[in-house]
Design a protein around this ligand. Structure first.
Ligand SMILES: Nc1ncnc2c1ncn2[C@@H]1O[C@H](COP(=O)(O)OP(=O)(O)OP(=O)(O)O)[C@@H](O)[C@H]1O
Ligand SMILES: [Mg+2]
Length: 309
């Protein structure tokens, strides 16, 4: 299905290094490649420090990538941005963050916060049009007109995340990068917010890069998943491929960490541990091995033969 379509986002051998000192560099993202197709959700999963946020921030160009290619909607955005490309990026790619309180200006009313992007980028021709867009998106995320004149501190965590979603979606972006946007919420609220995001995606056709370390929620929202570890995508596939036929030992360990809802099964769940050093895996030596058009594993020939035996 997906190979006939053109990707909305094409990432090729992306590297994002941080020079910590004269002798030390953190390779936060170390040569990752993946595509995201229009209208789909790509889940990026991995433990803390694996480079997920750096990937998102690099793509939206909060950083200058060290190396590699980022093609967004046919435009190369990996090098110095032209004024036109920068403006295209600022309107068509939006980010939703983990902690909305940290990124919502506490002194501004919700209405003003949501309108900000529209105003900065002169998306509307009149104040009336701005107001209309703001009220329309508020309604879509389930907030009332009355709530629009309140301040972020007067909202619950789940409501604030709705404001974050409204602020991103009011721009009618092609791609939304959601970085752990539900991790700080109660589990019941997480499901609500994920459902809201899914509904809005269906209605607006938005594409999502959904970053998380909780595979269970990712399973529910993603069409395809990339498993990230120490700056590398070690395995990628459709959600079904990742859950029913995981190949990489790191993917298996992540899957084995998900608690099972059935207490009898849960009692017998064995968490698989994975130690890269012990197993002697060197990601820089691996190449992309294809199981299907969509299912790809990073491995040496020997590892691939062993893991698929
Ligand atoms: N601005 C920066 N300067 C230096 N090092 C950084 C910077 N940002 C991230 N890193 C390092 O890069 C690595 C990847 O960090 P990143 O935040 O991308 O991980 P993550 O997968 O998002 O983790 P988490 O699940 O905890 O959010 C970490 O070792 C981190 O310390
Ligand atoms: Mg992160």
């Amino acid at each position: 299905m997906s190979e006939a379509k053109k990707p909305l986002l094409h990432v090729e051998n992306l590297k994002q290094y941080f020079k910590i000192s004269r002798t030390f560099t953190t390779k936060a993202v170390d040569g990752i490649s993946f595509d995201i197709y229009e209208g789909e959700t790509y889940g990026l999963v991995g433990e803390s420090g694996s480079g997920k946020s750096t990937t998102g921030r690099s793509i939206i160009r909060l950083y200058d990538p060290t190396d590699g290619k980022i093609i967004f909607d046919g435009r190369d955005i990996s090098k110095k941005l032209s004024k036109e490309d920068a403006s295209y990026l600022r309107t068509n790619m939006q980010m939703i963050f983990q902690d909305p309180m940290a990124c919502l200006n506490p002194r501004k009313k919700v209405k003003e916060i949501i309108a900000q992007g529209l105003e900065i980028h002169h998306v509307c021709s009149s104040q009336k049009e701005v107001d209309e867009k703001v009220y329309a998106i508020l309604e879509k995320v389930g907030l009332s007109k009355e709530q629009a004149t309140r301040f972020p501190s007067q909202f619950s965590g789940g409501q604030r995340q709705r404001v974050g979603i409204a602020r991103a979606l009011v721009m009618n972006p092609k791609l939304v990068i959601a970085d752990e946007c539900i991790s700080a919420l109660d589990v019941s609220i997480q499901a609500q917010v994920v459902n809201l995001m899914k509904d809005l995606q269906e209605e607006l056709g938005t594409t999502y890069l959904f970053i998380a370390h909780d595979l269970s929620m990712v399973k529910y929202i993603s069409d395809r998943i990339g498993i990230m570890h120490l700056g590398h995508i070690v395995e990628t596939g459709t959600t079904d491929e990742i859950f029913t036929n995981p190949i990489h030992p790191y993917t298996k360990s992540l899957l084995s960490a998900i608690p099972h809802p059935n207490p009898i099964v849960e009692k017998n769940r064995v968490a698989i541990t994975y130690d890269k050093e012990k197993e002697g895996v060197d990601y820089t030596k691996g190449v992309q091995h294809k199981l299907t058009d969509t299912h790809i594993v990073l491995a040496t020939d020997e590892e691939f033969a062993r893991w698929t035996k």
